[in-house]
Structures are given as structure tokens and as C-alpha cells.
Ligand binder design. Structure first.
Ligand SMILES: NC(=O)c1ccc[n+]([C@@H]2O[C@H](COP(=O)([O-])OP(=O)(O)OC[C@H]3O[C@@H](n4cnc5c(N)ncnc54)[C@H](O)[C@@H]3O)[C@@H](O)[C@H]2O)c1
Length: 371
């Protein structure tokens, strides 16, 4: 298992950045902090919950090693990933005379990573930042790939930019305080990427499911390394989501629709799990995905306590209507990532997303909701 990987994005090859994966790696900043002696300050951006568990301790550790360092925290939760929070953080940084030699540490889950990465991209036209993900979702997904941004009343992640960190430090020991719900939430994103790309890793996940749910650090390290290796290789080939990166959206057309309909009460990963069930069923109905493979997918999602019958809460027409607002749509057509078989997506003439009739989508949702 690799403890250090490099991600290199073709367009910005000179900016290839390392990803460190380990236990207690965060406690050894000499390993991951830049050697730049000109750094004027280090700002830890985090949320109130992570501040309590790890933020203050990290600030004290860096100060004890002679780094000028302070911490800015905002309330935890998706509803604070907005422009007001961004402005408040920027104002604090300006008041504290942060300049272009300031380094930001994004310590937290995907919300903190998206927010801090966006601030780093626009503060004084761009300052460096490091991702220190603390949730499983941010380790297997959001901290790598360079997408940053915030939500608006009109929708999620509508304002932002591509901005890659200097490095990513994944300390799996930090997951010991994470709730089971948040572990499952992140695990689903890993399962999603394995279903589209890597049968061996899917089998690894099935075999080790109990250990993952109990946060066994060796198994989690392996899971994170496998998921992030795949994500990095996809991002390296298609940084700005012009083509292949779209397959990371498997389960997301229906997932995003459900998230929105539930007014974000269904956590993202759980919504994607329902999306995986429906989009795999569409693939099966189209004669692409063998029935056996669909059953494997259904059993794995069920083992996480997620059941398709929950979909009955949402009227079919409302789900269909909501998919019409998906970012992947083109010329009014709703497009889906489909599976050809387990570990392999359906690709036609270099096209990774495919339009499907509303009738077929409704049929798939109905079948999944029957259990
Ligand atoms: N940029 C990308 O490519 C990308 C990809 C996927 C998701 N996202 C974004 O990620 C966000 C979701 O991320 P998330 O699921 O990590 O949610 P989150 O950041 O809201 O974290 C979930 C909760 O866990 C708490 N928490 C974090 N680390 C903890 C720890 N170690 N111990 C105890 N509690 C901890 C947080 O305070 C929060 O309450 C969404 O905004 C989504 O849009 C971005």
C-alpha cells in the first residue's frame, strides 16, 4: 500500500502535488509543510466541530514548532458553505494582515475543503493551500481533483473554481471521531468509483465491510488509497470534466434530484446510493448490465442499511422534473452514466453520458422502490 502518491494534472504538470496517507501523519508537519522560509503566516480554516477535535491542537503544535499560525472556524454544515461565510473569513484574514505569503490549511470535511480552497484561489488573486481532510468523503473524493466552491440559494456548488492544493494530507486516525452515518456517506463515494472502474477494489470493500464500518485503520488506509488512486487517474486524464471525469457522476443524476427534493435532509452519499440503485437498474433494463451484477450492487447498498423502498416518499414526476435541472444535461436531454458491466461504464464514441427516456427512468425508479 502506498503512503505517498503524486497527482499530476497534464495542463499544470509543473504543479504535480503529493498525497500523504497514514495514521498520525498530521502530527508530523515537517513531512508535509512546504520548506518555504518566507511564509508570513499559516491560517487554519476549519469548522467548529473539527476545531474542537483537532483544530486547536494543530494550531498549538504548529506554534510550538515556531510557525506564526492562527485559526478561523465557522459553524459546521452544508448551510454555511455560502458567500457570507466566505466574506467573513476573508475579512478576518484581511484584518490579520494575511498577505500573498500566507498559507491556508483546509482542516475538515468537504464543506471546509471546498470553502478554504475557493478562498485560497481568490484571496489576493491566489495563495497556496493544503487539504487536510477529516471525513471519509473528503479523503476518498473531495480533497483531490481541485474542485472548490460554494452553494447559492439557486443550487449547490454553482460558484467556484478549479484550484489545486499544494498537497493533501490524509490522516485516517482522524476518522475515529466521525459518526457511522458519515463513514457510510463517504464509503458510498468510494463504492461508486469502484463500480465504474475497479472490480477488485469493490470485492475488497465487500470482504472488509465490517472492518471499514468499525474504522480499522489499516483497511481504511487501503480503501482510501485505492479510491483516490482511481480518482486521481481520472482527474489527470480529464481535469475540467470535458469527458471521462463525467463517470464520477454515476448515481448522481438521480442522487442530486433526491438531495434537492429532500431539501438536503438526505446526506449526499445516501442520495447517491439511491441514485446508484436506479441508474444500475436503468443499465440493466437497457440490456447492458447483467442481472447478477445488479444483485451484487443491491446487496452491497442494502448491507449499508439503505433500502430502495425509501424512494416511495418521492413522487415519480417530481424526481423526473428535478433531473431536468442536472448540470450534465444537453439540449434539454437528461444524461446518465450507465454501467456495461461491473467495473465498466458504457462508452459510445468517446461519450460517457447518455440520454435515457423519462419512461425508462420511471420504470427503473418504480422497480427499485418495490425493493
Ligand atoms: N470538491 C469536490 O470535488 C467535492 C466532491 C464531493 C463532495 N463535495 C462537497 O463535500 C461536502 C460534503 O463533505 P462531507 O461529507 O465531508 O461533509 P462536512 O464537511 O459537512 O462534514 C460532515 C460533518 O462531520 C463533521 N466532521 C468532520 N470531520 C470530523 C471528524 N474527524 N470527527 C468528527 N466530526 C467530523 C463536520 O463538522 C460536519 O458536521 C459537500 O458540500 C459537497 O458538495 C465536494
Amino acid at each position: 500500500m502506498k503512503n505517498k502518491m503524486m497527482v499530476s494534472i497534464p495542463e499544470i504538470q509543473k504543479n504535480a502535488y503529493p498525497i500523504f496517507i497514514g495514521s498520525n501523519v498530521i502530527l508530523n508537519p515537517k513531512k508535509w509543510l512546504p520548506n518555504d522560509t518566507n511564509l508570513s503566516a499559516i491560517v487554519i480554516i476549519t469548522d467548529h466541530t473539527v476545531k474542537k477535535y483537532y483544530g486547536t491542537a494543530l494550531k498549538n503544535l504548529l506554534k510550538s514548532q515556531g510557525h506564526p499560525c492562527f485559526l478561523i472556524a465557522f459553524p459546521a454544515g452544508e448551510k454555511y458553505k455560502n458567500n457570507q461565510t466566505k466574506i467573513k473569513i476573508e475579512n478576518t484574514m484581511l484584518r490579520r494582515y494575511c498577505d500573498r505569503k500566507t498559507l491556508i490549511l483546509a482542516l475538515g470535511g468537504g464543506v471546509v475543503g471546498d470553502m478554504a480552497g475557493f478562498i485560497a484561489g481568490t484571496y489576493m488573486r491566489g495563495i497556496p493551500y493544503i487539504q487536510l481532510p477529516t471525513t471519509l468523503l473528503s479523503m476518498v473524493d473531495s480533497s483531490v481533483g481541485g474542485k472548490t466552491g460554494l452553494d447559492t440559494p439557486q443550487g449547490k456548488n454553482l460558484i467556484g473554481l478549479f484550484n489545486h492544493p499544494q498537497c493533501v494530507v490524509m490522516d485516517v486516525g482522524l476518522l475515529s471521531t466521525l459518526s457511522q452515518k458519515n463513514i457510510i456517506n463517504g464509503l458510498i463515494e468510494a463504492i461508486k468509483v469502484f463500480m465504474t472502474n475497479d472490480v477488485k477494489s469493490l470485492k475488497y470493500t465487500q470482504r472488509n465491510l465490517n472492518k471499514i464500518l468499525l474504522c480499522d485503520s489499516n483497511v481504511i488506509k487501503e480503501l482510501v488509497a485505492r479510491a483516490i488512486t482511481l480518482k486521481a487517474s481520472i482527474v489527470e486524464r480529464d481535469e475540467k470534466e470535458q469527458g471521462q471525469r463525467a463517470i464520477l457522476n454515476f448515481g448522481h443524476t438521480i442522487g442530486h434530484a433526491l438531495e434537492h427534493l429532500s431539501q438536503y435532509k438526505i446526506p449526499h452519499g445516501f442520495a447517491v446510493a439511491y441514485g446508484i440503485l436506479v441508474e444500475a437498474k436503468i443499465s440493466q433494463l437497457l440490456g447492458l448490465l447483467p442481472e447478477n451484477d445488479y444483485v451484487i450492487i443491491k446487496n452491497l447498498i442494502t448491507a449499508l442499511g439503505i433500502n430502495g423502498t425509501q424512494l416511495k416518499k418521492y413522487p415519480l414526476n417530481h424526481i423526473i422534473q428535478q433531473t431536468k435541472l442536472d448540470k450534465k444535461n444537453q439540449a434539454g436531454k437528461v444524461r446518465y452514466v450507465l454501467l456495461r458491466r461491473m467495473g465498466c461504464t458504457h462508452v459510445v464514441n468517446n461519450t460517457f453520458v447518455h440520454s435515457v427516456t423519462d419512461k425508462l427512468v420511471k420504470q427503473a425508479i418504480h422497480l427499485v422502490s418495490e425493493g
